[in-house]
Design a protein around this ligand. Structure first.
Ligand code: NAP
Length: 283
């Protein structure tokens, strides 16, 4: 079974569009998202374009503020402060990565937590780890939705997450743990990685290396979630971290790249923006 994130994403976006219409009647305005893009990295430009497109489809007002890579940290902080103070703005997102001279942690911490639709602010991260109500980070949230969509009962399963970044690996592991899986987090120092991976009923891979996970690393019947986004050196096309051609014959279910986790990340961002709007309206 191929887990079609694109299909799930389309149906969630359709429901969000209806909801935004109802919210507009209720509150007299629609949610408003501002994305800040620094520099012209092609990957970042493409992500930001995708976010703006999805927002427009749903009826979320959206603005992209573009600045040169030479912008100073203080200038960026000033823009964020303005957006924090703007009552008409519900969601603020700074596209990462930022140029080296800018301290990303400082920038993320400057965003008002209630407008932090990416859920990277330390306050939102802390709430996630303390199991308090919070905004969920988009990619991990999308992965859990994909597992539900595929009919996977997470409770009691052995889950292995390869990768331990703050934005994917660790929060995915936490959400799987909260859904009562037994979770192992593997990383670049993990010994016998293939053996560890083969234990997984649910294998989540977020490394950033093309065709890293081969069929011999996957337990027959496992569910494989491929988060990676890489450029295939053979074809020049987008590909994941998993050797899809091989692994699809071993796994019970697998997400494709593109069309798996990627669209869900953007859709969950839209959902977070609508939730931020509703929370602000009801404050
Ligand atoms: P990251 O911050 O670079 O983290 C990569 C992780 O992979 C690290 O924890 C690293 O281990 C681990 N790793 C690297 N080489 C390894 C190896 N040989 N064996 C085991 N573990 C290894 O990356 P990220 O931000 O989590 O992103 C991972 C991938 O997901 C990238 O391709 C990115 O583009 C993609 N991504 C996709 C979406 C989406 O929406 N589809 C969203 C976010 C990211 P150490 O900690 O030991 O260094």
């Amino acid at each position: 079974m191929i887990i079609k994130g694109k299909d799930l994403s389309t149906s969630i976006k359709e429901a969000l569009k209806v909801r935004v219409g109802v919210l507009n009647e209720q509150y007299g305005r629609t949610p408003n998202l501002t994305v800040i893009l620094v520099g012209d990295d092609p990957g970042s430009v493409s992500y930001v374009t995708g976010k703006a497109k999805a927002a427009t489809e749903i009826g979320i007002r959206n603005t992209t503020i573009r600045r040169e890579a030479t912008i100073s940290e203080q200038e960026l902080l000033d823009i964020i402060e303005q957006l924090n103070n703007d009552d008409d703005v519900d969601g603020v997102l700074v596209q990462l990565p930022l140029p080296k001279h800018i301290n990303e942690n400082k920038i993320i911490a400057a965003i008002l937590p209630e407008k932090d639709v990416d859920a990277f602010h330390p306050m939102n991260v802390a709430k996630l780890w303390l199991k308090q109500p919070c905004v969920l980070p988009c990619t991990p949230k999308g992965i859990i939705k994909l597992l539900h969509f595929a009919g996977v009962d997470i409770a009691g399963k052995e889950a292995v997450v390869i990768g331990r970044s703050n934005i994917v690996g660790q929060p995915v592991a936490k959400l799987l743990l909260d859904a009562n899986a037994t979770v192992t987090v593997a990383h670049s120092k993990t010994k016998n990685l293939a053996e560890v991976a083969r234990r997984a009923d649910i294998l989540v891979v977020a490394i950033g290396r093309e065709r890293f996970v081969t069929a011999d690393m996957v337990k027959p019947g496992a569910v494989v979630i491929d988060v990676g986004v890489n450029r295939d050196t053979r074809t020049g096309k987008l590909c994941g971290d998993v050797d899809f051609e091989e692994v699809q014959h071993v796994a019970a279910a697998i997400t494709p790249v593109p069309g798996g986790v990627g669209p869900m990340t953007i859709t969950c961002l839209m959902e977070n923006t609508v939730e931020a709007f509703v929370n602000r309206m009801n404050k």
